[in-house]
Design a protein around this ligand. Sequence first.
Ligand code: AHR
Length: 639
Amino acid sequence: MLNRFKTGAAALALSAFSVACVAQTATLSIQLDKPLHGVSPSLYGLMTEEINYSYDGGLYAEMVRNRTFQDRPFGGHGPGGMNHWNIEHFGNSMASMVIDTDEGPSAAQQHSLAVTITKADSANQAGVRNEGYWGMAVRPNTTYTGSLYAKADSAGMGPLTVSLVSNNSGKTLATTTVQGLATEWKQLAFTLKTGEVETSAENHLVVTVGHAGKMWLSIVSLFPPTYKNRVNGNRPDLMEMMAAMHPTFLRLPGGNYLEGDQIDERFDWKNTLGPLVDRPTHRSPWDYQSSDGLGLLEFLEWSEDLKIDTVLAVYAGYSLKGDYIAPGPALNPFVDDALDEIEFATGATSTKWGAVRAKLGHPAPFPVKYVEIGNEDWFDRSGSYEGRYTQFYKAIKAKYPQLQLIATMPVKKIKPDVVDDHYYRRADEFFAMVNHYDSVDRNGPKIFVGEWATREGSPTTNMGAALGDAAWMTSMERNSDLIVMASYAPLFVNVNPGGMQWESDLIGYDAISSYGSPSYYAQAMFAEYLGTEVPASSVAGGGDRFFYSVTKDAAKGKVYLKLVNASSTPQAVDIGLNGANVGGSAEVVSLTGTNLAETNTLVAPKRVVPVRTTLSGVGAKFSHTVPAYSVQVLEIEAK
Ligand code: AHR
């Protein structure tokens, strides 16, 4: 990821433009033998929710869109529909389809797609096709694992033919015959294997039969190989991109997604467990149906696969459109539900919910240190959060005294362990607030910056945003005695038309490829090079858009100096490293843009990426120039 070198011509052009207006030299003085405080070991993490097709059509590797026929028209409520499904017919075969609200394979899935074939034979089959999430990624020599629930009105209607087909050529890329279609609901499993086909996302899935009759379909599912080969798992490319960010935790499951627009549209974790056929799915506040394929256990396994902790957010009785449960007896069932959820994640297998987790295949408890109570409860104009937080806090602390409990806004009756602050800002706003936390009371709650981002660039952020982010991260590192955790949001966006509900996201993708924004690389750099303590330092001179942070790892004998020059002119810095023996060279990682709007895209994913170089002449005193529009990390040996 860190291998791109700018051409000499581009560097020359930049310096020619900059000659006329070089900023005043900054003097940076660092006292390596005077630690001010430790760095929070959990400073950088991930925040996630179902937004921008982050899971369905994103991380969750399911290829079939609207597999349960529950998707509603945009903004719609009421019964689901046939979105993304169409009739497929060959030769003179004939078929029609309709949603049947009286037929379904389970209590959770009480409706299905009824397909009536009025004319078909084995050479002229008819049925349905699914378009996928803006296509279906098909790769050569790959095995796809599928299943569907089906029922027919007569025993002789099958077998089914299931195929992956190219949109452009109509060519069948993989096909199989599925036996077992019967007059009772049955789950029928199949695999599709490609040969030497072209890698492409412009494909669809077809399910047909060669006999007339009526059949019902539900939970039509197809998965490619997943990260760590998890059944019902995640896309490898996106998991690898997250791993490369060196995160320490995952805040889940949201965000607004936790709350839902209405109380009955919250993330109701008990409805997201077990076989897919037992998950009813639900409408998310970002206006599309969530398949809940990525349920609570899958979230926890996502943390496990990245070897990170979980910051578990529990629903706290307030939903986005303003409905809330008043503190008191009416809130008790929600408090109990949160206690059950914590037990599901962390309890021994001898507990009720720990045993459920074990039955679902995961006997080992997950590492959870922090539980967040609600999300952005400052939106609750009723003022009920004070009482709601207190009620949850007392019940959770009584049972789990070791947990750190996060409040989503300041409360007065009780001192929260941590308060979650959110900042969505322009770069200049972040520059102006880099000293915000310097003067915050150290005797109050710790801070979790649970959502933050420089919102410049769409769908993913640009270099200007990366500079705002980096400036803000220098301030979070300097204040990491107070700020225990921070997570950027939103993490993901499907860049296809209609895929985005929130502009300025970190990682973009379509069905087949993905890329990191400049902000992504700035984050990865800051998290990878993070020491364990903040030494005393001071700066004089330098432009208004020059920012730095310094951390030291005594055990590794390293100092990590982060320099951010958000100006269009280079920034010279005289650096003094006192109180240690400093090695003669430094490894430098640089993220540099030609201008603020420069960015990465699906077609140019590596335009702005970190570049590694070596800087010689590094000693107790040395001079260095930070290029215009640059984020740099200097990794210096210091014993
Ligand atoms: O990150 C997008 C949204 O911003 C989150 O869902 C919400 O918590 C915040 O308002």
